[in-house]
Design a protein around this ligand. Structure first.
Ligand SMILES: Cc1cc2nc3c(=O)[nH]c(=O)nc-3n(C[C@H](O)[C@H](O)[C@H](O)COP(=O)(O)OP(=O)(O)OC[C@H]3O[C@@H](n4cnc5c(N)ncnc54)[C@H](O)[C@@H]3O)c2cc1C
Length: 450
């Protein structure tokens, strides 16, 4: 059930919103020209590893575009999650059942789904080894296993929530976050929010949950009892020039200090303390200063890399799990692997230098699919991805700063908001986030139609 909190109070331009809804509805329900107008007689055995946002959408496109598709998708999951909804679970807007569907109902017709997980890849022999189904050969490989969430000292997935330490980068974790957030708002104290030193899914998510907590406290008339601090490993809060000034203003208006260059080293859930290090560069030298902060509520972001089996197969920049550059190496325009030209990789696992979002994947998929088909036809891949990503930064219950940009961090709008000042948070973008993007995901994108 959707608990929509403040929509009615906004000074809204319904005409503009209805236009937006109509446009998004068209995207969702109708096959795009792109999807219809293309077909190929190319042949070859394709294996897709990972059936999330990128994997299912790729399989659906390829199934539609190839005259004689031979596609096997390997994924162990029972459920397909709409992960952007985790933030809305953690703030009480969505309930847990709003964000998932059974995986079997998301699988494109005609694709051979092997419900298993890949243990290793031999990119020289063109083989993948699975846990229960032995070794499978491929002619072309689509690598879309998402990313791996790496450990933070002092807390595990099983102990999430202990000592009121939370993360929304997990389905259960998001549910516990909502309980923890309500408790700290009620009782008062200090809430700490952190991001991490590696790229992470939806760079905006740690900011969203921070700002929603602040607004929740105001709505409950408890803001005076709550101290809120934001710690980032980066050198600035956000790095897309059109949106950064307003975001900084919002943090300032809401009295949320921003601490730069700080990384979480560990969490002590017994004493409710978070251990940080501040890393400063002086000349050539990096100076690390450890320090510890007490909290009553903590939202942390774990470090993330490409999954172990991809790093172990030599498909990434490095095997080192702690390295920020441990992602599958592809050409940033064609999404073809830099070493193995029969492998295409996209989505969270890849080193595409843009935001790790399903909005980005929506733009990557048709181009990566066409490039793969070119390779199958023995041609050069010519489709070029411009780095488009979107990050709807929820600034309060009722507003979203809809950040859309390309590799050059220039604005690249794909939603019909030209009549609005997108450098400011907008109610229409909140409506898009809460009502439109989820159906667009399940019924448009995963069907290879949007
Ligand atoms: C809290 C949160 C907020 C977010 N907010 C937004 C937002 O507002 N907007 C936005 O656009 N995006 C947002 N995102 C990001 C978005 O959800 C991801 O970028 C997207 O889901 C990544 O898709 P993917 O296909 O690369 O990976 P996933 O969707 O994670 O799929 C990976 C798949 O690979 C499978 N897999 C893993 N290992 C193996 C293996 N060994 N063998 C076989 N299969 C395997 C998994 O089972 C899974 O099905 C958010 C994410 C989170 C967590």
């Amino acid at each position: 059930m959707i608990n929509l909190i403040d929509d009615q109070k906004n000074g809204i331009d319904r005409r503009h919103f209805l236009k937006t809804m109509a446009a998004a509805g068209v995207l969702t329900l109708l096959p795009s020209n792109n999807a219809q107008a293309f077909s190929s007689k190319a042949k070859g055995k394709i294996i897709v590893v990972g059936g999330g946002a990128a994997g299912i959408s790729m399989a659906a496109r390829l199934q539609r575009w190839l005259d004689e598709p031979d596609i096997t998708l390997i994924d162990p999951s029972d459920r397909q999650f709409y992960q952007p909804g985790f933030t809305l679970i953690a703030s009480g807007v969505y309930s847990p059942k709003d964000v998932w569907k059974e995986q079997k109902n998301c699988m494109p017709k005609g694709v051979n789904w092997i419900k298993d997980y890949v243990e290793s890849i031999d990119p020289v022999m063109n083989q993948v080894s699975t846990n229960k189904n032995g070794t499978l050969s491929y002619d072309f490989l689509v690598l879309t296993p998402g990313l791996q969430i790496n450990p933070v000292e002092g807390i595990t997935r099983e102990t999430l929530g202990e000592g009121n330490a939370h993360t929304i980068y997990d389905f259960e974790g998001a549910q516990k976050t909502w309980k923890g957030m309500q408790a700290v708002v009620k009782e008062g104290g200090r809430a700490i929010f952190t991001d991490t030193y590696t790229k992470h899914k939806c760079g905006g998510a740690p900011k969203k949950i921070c700002l929603l907590t602040e607004h929740h406290a105001r709505k409950e008339k408890k803001r005076d009892n709550l101290q809120i601090d934001y710690y980032t490993a980066a050198k600035e809060l956000y790095d897309v020039p059109l949106y950064t000034p307003r975001l900084l203003e919002i943090y300032n208006e809401r009295n949320i200090p921003i601490n730069l260059f700080t990384r979480v080293k560990g969490i002590d859930t017994q004493t409710k303390a978070v251990h940080f290090e501040r890393i400063e560069t002086v000349g050539e030298e990096k100076i690390s200063t450890p320090f510890t902060e007490s909290y009553d509520f903590l939202h942390f972001t774990p470090p993330m890399t490409a999954p172990d089996f991809t790093r172990e197969a030599g498909l990434c920049n490095t095997e080192d799990m702690s390295a920020p550059e441990a992602w599958i190496t592809v050409d940033k325009y064609t999404m073809v692997h830099t070493k193995y030209p029969n492998i295409v990789s996209l989505g969270d696992c890849s080193n595409l230098p843009t935001s790790k979002t399903s909005a980005a994947i929506r733009k990557q998929v048709p181009l990566a699919a066409k490039n793969l088909i070119s390779l199958m036809e023995g041609k050069e891949p010519v489709e070029k991805y411009n780095g488009y990503a979107a990050c709807p930064i929820v600034t309060d219950y009722g507003h979203v700063l809809l950040c859309e940009f390309d590799y050059d961090k220039k604005q690249d709008s794909s939603f019909p908001f030209s009549m609005l000042d997108v450098s400011q948070e907008q109610w229409a973008a909140w409506m898009l986030k809460v009502y439109v993007l989820k159906p667009l995901y399940f019924y448009g994108m995963l069907n290879g139609r949007a």
